[in-house]
Design a protein around this ligand. Sequence first.
Ligand code: HEC
Length: 108
Amino acid sequence: MKNVLCSLFFVMLIVSMHTGGVFAAEKPSVEKGRLLFNSQSLAGATSGKSCAECHPGGAGLENAWKNQNLAGQVNTCIAGPLKGLKLDENSIEMQSVIMYIRSLKQQH
Ligand code: HEC
């Protein structure tokens, strides 16, 4: 019985590694950032607003990648208009939102 459970565990582990299940949650990504940017509950927001409310589709943030203090600026908008709680600069959420904002940089 122990062996069966053990193999079952490994099968599930391998399956989830392939589908990105278990580990995907621990990595920041542009896609995650895009979802958070459009979420009204980012960082415990209580204003019912998402980032996209004022920056629809990231509009107006095409040059924000140049900002030396992007995390600080994101937190200003979180604490201000979103009425949420500032995110840790190294959190998956903050890293993802920053990756998303950097992805808005226009290619010329
Ligand atoms: C109520 C409207 C509003 C909401 C909601 C909002 N912002 Fe802003 N944001 C502004 C304004 C106003 C500015 C300053 C003017 C500007 O630079 O466009 C700004 C500036 C910024 C900048 C700096 C732009 C630059 O070029 O350096 C970033 C980055 C940014 N916001 C990200 C966000 C993120 C991420 C969220 C969601 C957490 C968010 N904003 C939510 C209004 C808003």
